[in-house]
Design a protein around this ligand. Structure first.
Ligand code: ATP
Length: 305
């Protein structure tokens, strides 16, 4: 049997970061939205005892490990272990989500691999606990849509949201490691350069804007506590954020831990216009247009032998 699953990238409309916890993570309150920018993971069985082999193709394959550190490899092994079978699989990942970009591409691959392996092995149990073991954003990638994330971001509940939003995704090839950005934030807080939020809670104005479905309202309430840290590490991102707004975006901000920047447009044509202008200025390596919210992880093809 050959199974293909697709899983979305995420953006954070709100990313509030609390204090550093004893386990090394930070408590978060975040409002996630899934983008219609999806990686695909196809798996099929190999002869018994051959183990797992992972191949990567697509627009953003460079820098993605094909070994055991790949989150999709970890995901299929978790499912096989739970089912009690030897894990002998070929995995093919098609990467359309920029890597180490703050868009949770690795988490998307983990979510897609979990869903595909569950289908292939006939596992009908809850995938959420496995997703939580694999990474903070994997549970959201399974769910998709719009959701409130708490704890490390792995505890997710759907949030009411109307409308569709068009984004310009401005990606840089020099990825930022997420732990490095959190460390920088801790350092900036220790130095008193930025403050921890007084209260770690969802922002009512943003939740109301999501109910209204107005892009202008959403634009006024986007926030990312990691942005000062990402900007301190990659100062040229500030220019990208400024240019996006000068070019007509309703708002711009760093995506998650960066270095991707995202800019909110009025509609799809407006997003294409902004993307064309930004592309012409040689500030970014890749400029994409994507829409949110989008579906979570889905099985897209099953081929039986
Ligand atoms: P997040 O915002 O969830 O921290 P990110 O979007 O910033 O993640 P990813 O694209 O998930 O970053 O990649 C982070 C690192 O994870 C990569 O540098 C890579 O070494 C590793 N990695 C492991 N598996 C994958 C995968 N399937 N796809 C991409 N990166 C992977």
């Amino acid at each position: 049997m050959k199974v293909t699953a697709a899983a979305p990238a995420k953006i954070n409309l709100q990313l509030s970061v609390g204090a550093l916890r004893a386990d090394g993570y930070h408590d978060l309150v975040t409002v996630y939205q899934a983008l219609d920018l999806r990686d695909e993971v196809t798996i099929f069985e190999r002869a018994e005892g051959m183990g797992v082999q992972c191949g990567i193709s697509g627009d953003f394959s460079s820098g993605v490990p094909g070994d055991e550190s790949n989150l999709a490899v970890k995901a299929v092994k978790l499912v096989a272990e739970l089912v009690g079978v030897s894990c002998d699989l070929n995995i093919q990942i098609t990467k359309r989500i920029p890597v180490a970009a703050g868009l949770a591409g690795g988490s998307a691959d983990a979510a897609a691999a979990l869903a595909a392996a569950a289908e292939l092995y006939g596992y009908g149990g809850d995938l959420q606990p496995l997703a939580e073991q694999l990474g903070s954003d994997v549970t959201f990638s399974l769910l998709g849509g719009t959701a409130l994330g708490t704890s490390r971001g792995e505890v997710v509940v759907p949030v009411l949201a109307r409308g569709n939003y068009c984004w310009v995704i401005i990606s840089s090839s020099n990825g930022l490691s997420t732990p490095r950005v959190y460390q920088k934030l801790d350092q900036l807080r220790d130095e008193g350069a930025v403050r921890e939020p007084l209260q770690l809670a969802p922002k009512n104005e943003l939740l109301q804007a999501l109910v209204s479905g107005s892009a202008t309202e959403i634009a006024a309430h986007l926030s990312n506590d990691l942005q000062p840290a990402a900007l301190a590490l990659v100062p040229k991102l500030q220019r990208i954020l400024d240019v996006a707004v000068e070019d007509g975006a309703l708002a711009s901000l760093v995506a998650g831990s960066g270095p991707t920047c995202i800019a909110l447009a009025k509609d799809h044509d407006h997003a294409l216009d902004i993307a064309a202008r930004i592309s012409g200025q040689n500030l970014a390596d890749r400029v994409l247009v994507a829409t949110s919210p989008a579906a979570g992880t889905e099985i897209t093809a099953i081929e039986k032998n």
